[in-house]
Design a protein. Structure first.
Length: 389
């Protein structure tokens, strides 16, 4: 599918500067990937992949790509067909196109020596606590291994998201992913330079709004409606996504996918497009969620060694360090972690139910499989799912 290898190597040299944002979630919309046509533009994709690859090579930088384009790739492969608007037909296009979209990413990133991983999600996956935990752990593990996850809405089964409506699309999914992995910055690349005072496609005099402190009714009123025919997300859904992400402590930028070196420049903190400031810090948002009375389901009492490892070194809680289990909870629930004096040290999302922890407490991680007959990792609470108080 990808033939012109030279396209990925002909990018201009990007000026080096310290990174302000190290973990990025980048949403690539259909209009960006097709460059306004009815098929994927491999030159555009190669340019964007090259930018991600540049960031990938910088120490500490991590990028997750949330990509649309499966339906466009399906139409491109099947050729001229009778145009239909019904959901099953669009699901067929997504089914045909998804593998070809991933093939393009695999080859383009491969030229930079980077491995990619396909991750198909639906909102239901993240609404379920077990699915949320699985998705978070998998994405963070991929980043630790230096893999670039390519996330897409599972259009083949996610009927609500494939409808031709203003809501849904991958914009909101990208905000959920940014929240899921505690991203520093969510970048929504589109076919306009950002949020304007009016629709720049219809009014050339429209002015770019470079900074938004809070998304209120006045800002939402500027979004208008989208009449594009290739993607189903417009500025309305991008503002919805920005509102969700900023409420979770994630900064958001809406910018043009055609802006030269847009991703490295944004990662370095350059003002490009429209910047939406977080309305809280990531830590405050996560603490509020974990410490809410509704969320916390039980307590784990840990020994002095585990308490020190958690408090001073931000280590995971292993079963060997658990002394007592209080309350009934399921895998994916939030628990308090307390020392022997019952002072609360941290809270986190547990990998195991209270019944399982009762069975494995005090044991070495290597014995989890023998004791339970299955395992969800070496830790009772992984450090990525733990907040020290």
């Amino acid at each position: 599918m990808v033939r012109d290898k030279g396209k990925a190597k002909s990018q201009p040299k990007i000026e080096e500067a310290p990174l302000r944002h190290r973990r990025l979630v980048v949403k690539l919309g259909t209009n960006v990937l097709t460059a306004g046509t009815d098929h994927l533009d491999l030159g555009v994709m190669a340019s964007l992949v090259s930018q991600v690859a540049h960031l990938h090579k910088k120490e500490g930088a991590e990028t997750i790509v949330v990509s649309s384009g499966a339906i466009a790739a399906g139409k491109q492969h099947l050729g001229p067909t009778k145009e239909r608007k019904d959901i099953p037909f669009r699901q067929v296009m997504a089914s045909v196109g998804q593998s070809r979209l991933m093939q393009a990413y695999d080859q383009l990133f491969g030229w930079h020596g980077i491995t990619v991983a396909q991750t198909l999600l639906t909102k239901a996956d993240l609404a379920d606590r077990g699915g949320y935990l699985n998705a978070r752990n998998t994405l963070l593990a991929l980043l630790e291994l230096g893999v670039v996850p390519i996330v897409n809405e599972n259009d083949v089964v996610a009927i609500d998201e494939i409808r031709e409506a203003k809501f849904g699309d991958n914009d909101n999914l990208s905000a959920m992913v940014a929240n899921l992995v505690d991203a520093d910055l969510l970048v929504l690349l589109t076919d306009t330079p950002g949020l304007h005072t009016t629709d720049p496609h219809l009014h050339p005099e429209a002015q770019l709004i470079p900074y938004v402190e809070k998304i209120d009714g006045d800002i939402e009123g500027l979004a208008g409606a989208s009449d594009n025919q290739r993607g189903i997300g417009g500025m309305v859904t991008k503002l919805e996504a920005a509102k969700l992400a900023t409420a979770s402590g994630v900064a958001v930028v809406i910018a043009s996918g055609q802006e030269p070196d847009v991703l490295p420049r944004l990662a370095q903190g350059e003002a490009v497009g429209t910047y939406f400031a977080p309305t809280t810090t990531k830590l405050e948002s996560r603490k509020r969620w974990m410490l809410s009375g509704i969320s916390v389901k039980g307590r784990l009492i840990v020994d002095d060694g585990a308490a020190s490892a958690i408090k001073k070194q931000h280590k995971s809680l292993l079963p060997a360090g658990v002394s007592e289990v209080e309350g009934e909870f399921q895998r994916g629930d939030i628990v308090h972690i307390c020392n022997v004096e019952e002072n609360c040290l941290a809270c986190g999302i547990t990998n195991y139910s209270s019944k399982d922890v009762e069975t494995i407490k005090g044991a070495r991680s290597q014995r989890i499989l023998d004791l339970l007959g299955y395992q969800y990792g070496d830790a009772v609470v992984h450090k990525n799912n733990l907040v020290v108080l």
